[in-house]
Write a protein that binds this ligand. Structure first.
Ligand code: PLP
Length: 468
């Protein structure tokens, strides 16, 4: 492909993207795809000779797009609904063209310094103090892995050379994301040494039980080294009492890492900033701009008050990467597992500048208001019940019937292609989750989905009565 062809296809691809996003409601949210179908359709072997771009684009539309789950769809309400945004997409295109690698300051000063600047801005927006150092990783799972590695470094600096000491124990809640436990497994802490603290009636970690568990472990000669509360848990978006948990962490000298991967974004809204109460006492915190800050996947912002410990855990500089020391030149490769790193700060910078704090706060406020309004309708309906508080924009609810009926209801809604919801289990019961987070979602999308759910429930009730 020469430069002129690149220009021509570039325009064609941008036109396709603009049409796709304009017409997104015409696509089924979930594809009518069967496992293995796309693989069977595509050639088993790569071509020996290059193919024309027209053929590649044709197959993209004809084979790839029909097998997509459309995360951009305004009625995508599963997991945590997310979306990119026009400025974020433009920045991703530029990052692809620039193709820089920010392993060292010297390998790309713009990447390194823009990451420092944007994370400084975001830190201010969510109300964290200036002492928090920021770094972008790909996902919250990796951010939390780095937090727990730093926690181990603080508790047991010799772990780097001789491996983990015996007796290290970490704590999280039984509602925490699985990435916390996975990080503990990866770092050799062992599942037997990961305590999952029970939650209260609103699915928040019980700080009193945490305190008792830590005390018992210490009496047994264990070494509590890390505590991970969550602001916005995955199943229900409950908010753990970070201040009370910080008291326990400070008392036993453990690293406190806050998983605010989803919920942290809401602190951009001035009247919501109290959701991060106590977080300035944390050693580290993660918030994902790719979840609720309209930044394309992937972008996870990790903050720590102890960058020197993170660096101690990860710095290992071979001769070929040695550079002159300058206190203003951050080499991000010293603060994590990976060496190469892409220019993720560019999209965050575009998004923050395009919307401004007020623009982002307005979008988040709108999502929360929709969720409160829909939760009210569900609460008032005799056939449905709300299964958990709604502090953000996720509604957990269920049809007042059996788990099987709720499963059938979910399958009916998702099978329609008109909306996509997910599920969880709370207090032993199957619960539907409807998460609002897409930039294009309107109230009409929620009304239509609520109609779909009620219609599905009526059919469920009909098939129950005909079976009786
Ligand atoms: N933490 C919480 C609270 C989450 O809800 C999720 C994902 O939904 C994660 C961590 C993991 O996020 P990621 O996919 O960025 O690793």
């Amino acid at each position: 492909m020469d430069n002129e062809e690149f220009r021509r296809y570039g325009h064609q691809v941008v036109d396709w993207m603009a049409d796709y996003l304009k017409d997104i409601r015409q696509y089924p949210v979930l594809p009518h795809a069967k496992p293995g179908e796309l693989m069977d359709r595509l050639p088993a072997h790569a071509p020996d000779r290059g193919e024309p771009m027209d053929a590649i684009l044709e197959d993209f539309e004809g084979s790839i797009v029909p097998a997509l789950t459309h995360w951009n769809h305004p009625r995508f309400f599963a997991y945590f609904a997310i979306s990119g945004s026009y400025p974020g997409i433009l920045a991703e295109m530029l990052a692809g063209a620039l193709n820089v690698n920010g392993m060292l300051w010297k390998s790309c000063p713009a990447l390194t310094e823009l990451e420092q600047v944007t994370l400084g801005w975001l830190r201010e927006w969510i109300g964290l103090p200036e002492e928090f150092f920021g770094i972008i990783y790909d996902t919250a799972s990796i951010s939390t892995l780095h937090a727990i590695a730093a926690a181990r470094e603080m508790a047991d600096p010799d772990a780097r050379t001789r491996g983990n000491a015996a007796g290290l124990v970490m704590y999280t809640s039984e509602q925490a994301h699985s990435s916390v436990e996975k990080a503990g497994i990866t770092l050799g802490i062992g599942q037997d040494n990961i305590r999952k603290i029970p939650v209260d009636g609103a699915f928040r970690m019980r700080a009193d039980v945490l305190g008792e568990t830590v005390a018992r472990d210490r009496r047994d000669g264990k070494r509590p080294f890390c505590i991970v509360p969550t602001v916005g848990t995955t199943s229900t978006t409950s908010i753990d009492p970070v201040n009370a948990i910080a008291d326990v962490a400070e008392d036993c000298g453990a690293w406190l890492h806050v998983d605010a991967a989803y919920g942290g974004a809401a602190a951009v809204v001035p009247e919501m900033q109290s959701i991060l109460d106590g977080c300035r006492r944390a050693h580290s915190l993660v918030v994902n701009p790719h979840k609720w800050l309209f930044t394309p996947v992937d972008c996870s912002a990790f903050y720590t008050r102890k960058p020197e410990i993170l660096r101690q855990a990860f710095a290992l500089v071979p001769e070929y990467l040695r550079t002159a020391d300058d206190p203003r030149a951050v080499n991000y490769m010293d603060y994590g597992v990976q060496l190469g790193r892409r220019f993720r700060a560019l999209k965050l910078w575009f998004v923050m500048r395009h919307f401004g704090r007020e623009g982002i706060a307005e979008l988040i406020r709108r999502h929360i208001a929709y969720a409160q309004r829909l939760a009210g309708l569900i609460r008032d309906h005799p056939d449905f019940e709300i299964a958990a508080p709604t502090p953000f924009s996720l509604i957990c609810f269920r049809y007042r019937g059996s788990d099987d009926e709720n499963r059938a209801l979910l399958d009916a809604v998702n099978g329609s292609g008109k909306a996509f919801l997910s599920h969880t289990v709370l207090d032993g019961k199957f619960v539907l989750r409807l998460a609002i987070g897409n930039i294009a979602t309107e109230w009409e999308d929620l009304e239509e989905t609520w109609n779909l759910v009620r219609r599905g429930a009526r059919n469920t009730a009909l098939s129950r009565s005909s079976a009786e």
